[in-house]
Write a protein that binds this ligand. Structure first.
Ligand code: 5GP
Ligand code: ZN
Length: 121
């Protein structure tokens, strides 16, 4: 069995948050997607939006799993509205792999806003 594609991983901090084993303020949850504030926010609004299922990175997303990204973006857009930054603007970022600085190997979108964001750095 390919252990990288099991539903949850006991050694994954974000799977532990999904399971309620590590506390986080869950801001959104449905069957496939959940979201909570980043523990180390770099913007006034900084929320992580994730699949409940463990997918290590964007590079590990299977073609058949692509619709899940749309559901994550839908949740991020809803959260942006709820946080009052839909009009002022926000950024969605996915870091995939070492060069992008991905620290936690469980696919996640960073929803960032609430101040002007520099670009191209
Ligand atoms: P990455 O660099 O992998 O794209 O981002 C990982 C993010 O997860 C970081 O911004 C980091 O602050 C956040 N993070 C890491 N561990 C935890 C945690 O236990 N709880 C929460 N809420 N955020 C975490
Ligand atoms: Zn995980």
């Amino acid at each position: 069995m390919d252990m990288s594609r099991t539903q949850t991983r006991t050694d994954c901090v974000f799977c532990k948050i999904a399971a309620g084993e590590i506390p986080a303020k869950i801001l959104y949850r449905d069957e496939e997607v959940f979201a909570f504030p980043d523990i180390n926010p770099i913007t006034p609004v900084h929320i992580l939006v994730l699949p409940v299922k463990h997918i290590a990175s964007l590079a590990d997303l299977l073609d058949k799993e692509t619709p899940l990204l749309g559901k994550m973006v839908r949740a991020a857009n809803q959260l942006a509205r709820e946080q009052g930054i839909a009009k002022s603007g926000y950024r969605l970022t996915i870091n995939s792999g070492p060069d992008a600085g991905q620290l936690v190997p469980h696919l996640h979108i960073h929803l960032m806003g609430g101040r002007h964001l520099d670009w191209k750095h």
